[in-house]
Design a protein around this ligand. Structure first.
Ligand SMILES: [Zn+2]
Length: 249
């Protein structure tokens, strides 16, 4: 969207495209991955799905809600730069309001950062409440990893899947980055200090307890571009299928 003119954008809107808003974070992802992983993966998935369903991708949100220890390593790392919830809600609500004004009728939020989920939800809920009754805008909120089928997880995790929360900067994200942005992955810096051992509760102020010093919550050993492509392909085809049903069935 940010690479075309308003005239071209307006012309594209006439065809009723699906508009994608990738939502990421600026957050540590271990010594081997860049800080922008969540926005990059959300944007790359959005681009691939957009190509499949006839869509347009808005610039990604490169900042997100505060990193939490048990799913992102927490706020104690240099580089992790996060928003207060109310600000994230406000930014996303403003963007939705603008898209609605443009006449967008099909909008998808592709979340790449676990902690964003309920703030994106609140932005959507309050934006929808503000729309005139009968406004045709329909919004779908996705967490992209939810589209990864169990069969692919079984295939990729020979020693058992640790769960998506612990998969921070681990096998899935590292493999996906190797498939999509290999030039940004440093496999020679893969840490070996995990896995994380957390209590079932959280303490504030955050003190980083239970978080491995590297910030990687589970092992990324065995990550590969081939695994990443398998994950990305499965996610994209299932997301495209779901959106096709939501918007065009
Ligand atoms: Zn991530």
């Amino acid at each position: 969207m940010d690479r075309i003119s308003w005239v071209d954008y307006q012309a594209r809107l006439a065809a009723g495209p699906v508009l994608f808003l990738p939502c990421g974070a600026l957050e540590q992802h271990g010594p081997h991955l860049p800080l922008g992983v969540d926005a990059m993966l959300a944007a790359d998935i959005a681009c691939r799905v957009a190509a499949a369903v006839g869509g347009l991708v808005a610039p990604p949100l490169n900042y997100g809600y505060k990193s939490q220890a048990r799913c992102g390593g927490g706020q104690t790392f240099p580089g992790t730069a996060s928003l207060d919830g109310e600000h994230l809600i406000g930014v996303v609500r403003d963007i939705i309001r603008e898209f609605a004004r443009h006449g967008v009728e099909r909008l998808v939020l592709v979340d790449g950062h676990y902690e964003n989920q309920w703030f994106l939800t609140e932005a959507i809920e309050t934006a929808v409440r503000e729309l005139a009754p009968g406004h045709p805008l329909k919004i779908v909120r996705t967490e992209y990893w939810e589209f990864c089928p169990q069969s692919v997880l079984d295939d990729i995790f020979e020693n058992g899947f640790p769960g998506f929360a612990l998969e921070h900067a681990a096998l899935i994200e590292t493999s996906m980055m190797l498939a999509l942005r290999p030039e940004l992955v440093a496999m020679d810096k893969l840490p070996d200090d995990g896995p994380a051992a957390f209590p079932v509760h959280d303490c504030y102020p955050q003190d980083g307890r239970g978080v491995p010093p590297s910030g990687v919550l589970a092992s990324a050993v065995g990550a590969s571009a081939a695994k990443g492509e398998k994950i990305v392909a499965a996610i994209c085809s299932r997301m495209a299928e779901a959106l096709q049903k939501e918007f065009f069935a």
